[in-house]
Design a protein around this ligand. Structure first.
Ligand code: ADP
Length: 552
């Protein structure tokens, strides 16, 4: 062989040096990942991948160093022998990382490596896949592609595609932070595959030739580097642990070197003692730091997962609200027509009704009214959640609003054989103002809902409405107290939440969605007011309070 190693090294191009240096750095990082947990299969295959990539980089560097010499044939064969190991090892890593099942059986391994061995066999046939023709490029020589090149390309693409399939499959199944890790790997993988196949498989064949090969190689190395970082971040090693281990190793090294510099036996013994003590205690230290960091990392990961779930739930919640909004709109129009006609029937617009027919029509009217209320609640929920609830703030006289509503609802209470008392705070002046700034329609909805509930949940007895003001006259207080079914502490705590009803209440009071008070609370919140409930317990009646700012 007329070319010496020194001559090859001297001839290596800048790209060659760059790629091999980057390759060595990448293999260093894959070793870090590997050493963190050598027992983990994905760490082992990642090291295999890192090693394959860096040997590939070195082969490329040697190739640039042998350009125009007879040794180029050997260098070219080396590149093409190592290159197929890259997508193969990458696939093995992606498989182990994503599908953490049982290890590959012997036969699966054989199935994966056989194509490689076949390809290696084909590479030994001169110029079948690729070769070097000294007569090209003005006598410097150039690469030629043989009939077998498509087989080589197919092999490379097949492993890359298998990798993508494994990743996409896992991406679909996984959740939380792991899903993010997979997504990031997938993105990096995609970018790398496009770059590598373009500049390494297609360019040489069709356009630019072989000049940009190093770009593809660098792309693969950067990809490996990125994966190492993703693994360190998600897979869940801590950079802090790595750094601590690194520093402790340096201290240990310095201490060992110190031993060789000992001036006497006593000095040696003291230094050895100190070295042992420090190394021993630092190993404990590293262990405890590792455990601590790992547990805090675990908490951070769990928090990340929670955050992810929270976002997912929000998306689902939004979808549900949109659906409710659309469905409610479509339901309300026909119902309004039903209610309108039922109401006209009961009023005698279509002639006198017999008693039994009248009762039936009244039931239709009742039910359609209930349904309309329910649908309005649903629509309110979707408006509240999408932030589309519009408020028109004006001066609202709460005294008039309450007294008007009380007048209307008195009949419902009478129909349910309940006493109905309305009072305005005794110690207040006759012309006391009960004006607040608010949305009249929505405040009316809240007051009516509270009164309606009291009528609904009071089988017998009475309800009392009271309108008063705080001693400093700055707040308007409205309350409804009833002698109804009351509530225990756990019910009291939840009734203002969405879809919340007292346990078992739906068996007796079938009509009810658990939405009214939630909507009421949201409305009052927008008015900077407060709404709350009190009860001494089940069967002991309830009181609902609403407090609003008085207009001064
Ligand atoms: P709905 O009445 O449609 O169930 P609400 O949000 O208006 O929905 O009320 C939520 C729950 O609060 C009711 O299901 C009931 O369990 C309880 N509740 C409301 N008002 C009263 C009341 N006056 N007395 C006893 N329980 C009540």
């Amino acid at each position: 062989m007329s070319v010496t190693v020194l001559a090859i090294v001297q001839n290596i191009s800048i790209e060659g040096w760059g790629v091999s240096a980057a390759g060595l750095l990448a293999v260093f990082f894959s070793s870090i990942v590997f050493w963190q947990d050598p027992a983990k299969r994905s760490n082992r295959t990642f090291l295999f991948f890192g090693a394959a990539v860096s040997v590939w980089g070195i082969a490329f560097a040697v190739f640039t160093g042998t350009y125009g010499t007879p040794a180029i044939h050997g260098a070219l064969s080396m590149i093409y022998l190592v290159a197929p190991l890259v997508p193969l090892s990458l696939f093995l890593f992606l498989y182990d990382f994503s599908i953490k099942g049982s290890p590959f059986s012997f036969w699966k391994f054989a199935g994966i490596f056989t194509p490689y061995l076949c390809l290696a066999g084909l590479l030994s046939i001169p110029n079948f896949i690729t070769g070097y023709d000294e007569t090209l490029d003005g006598g410097l020589g150039g690469r030629v592609f043989g009939k077998g090149y498509p087989i080589y390309s197919f092999y490379m693409l097949a492993f890359l595609s298998a990798g993508v399939i494994v990743l996409i499959k896992k991406y679909r199944e996984s959740a939380g932070i792991f899903k993010f890790a997979i997504r990031n790997i997938l993105l990096a993988f995609f970018a790398m595959s496009v770059l590598a196949t373009t500049v390494m498989l297609l360019f040489p064949l069709f356009w630019v030739g072989y000049d940009l090969f190093w770009v593809g190689l660098l792309g693969v190395i950067i990809f490996e580097f990125v994966i190492a970082l993703i693994l360190i971040k998600y897979n869940f090693l801590s950079l802090k642990v790595i750094a601590t281990e690194f520093f402790i190793s340096i201290i240990a090294l310095v201490l060992v070197v110190e031993l060789f510099l000992a001036t006497s036996t006593l000095d040696l013994l003291i230094k050895a003692g100190i070295a042992m003590l420090i190394i021993f205690s630092s190993s404990f230290l590293v262990g405890s730091i590792k455990r601590e960091i790992q547990s805090s990392d675990k908490i951070a990961r769990l928090l990340g997962d929670l955050d992810y779930m929270h976002k997912q739930l929000k998306v689902l919640d939004k979808k549900k609200s949109d659906f409710l909004s659309i469905a409610s709109h479509h339901l309300r129009d026909p119902l309004t027509a039903i209610r309108g006609y039922a109401s006209m029937l009961t009023e005698g617009s279509f002639g006198e009704l017999s008693v039994s027919l009248r009762e039936a029509v009244e039931k239709i009217l009742d039910s359609s009214e209930r349904l309309i209320t329910m649908i309005s609640d649903f629509m309110d929920i979707s408006r509240i959640e999408s932030g589309d609830m519009n408020y028109k703030f004006v001066d609202v006289d709460m005294k008039k609003l309450v007294l008007d509503l009380a007048d209307e609802m008195k009949f419902n209470a009478e129909r349910a054989h309940l006493g109905f008392n309305v009072a305005v705070g005794k110690d207040l002046l006759k012309d006391e103002s009960f004006v607040t700034v608010g949305d009249a329609g929505k405040l009316r909805q809240v007051v009516s809902n509270i009164i309606d509930n009291s009528i609904k949940y009071t089988p017998q007895g009475e309800l009392s409405l009271l309108l008063s003001k705080s001693p400093d006259r700055k707040k308007i207080l409205f309350s409804v107290s009833d002698t109804g079914i009351g509530m225990n502490a756990s019910t009291l705590e939840k009734i203002f939440r969405k879809f919340s009803r007292a346990d078992g209440v739906s068996k007796v009071y079938t009509e009810g969605t658990g939405l009214g008070l939630y909507v009421a609370k949201e409305i009052i919140k927008k008015h900077e007011g407060r709404i709350w409930a009190e009860s001494k317990g089940e069967g002991m009646g309830s009181s609902f309070y609403m407090e609003l700012e008085a207009k001064v």
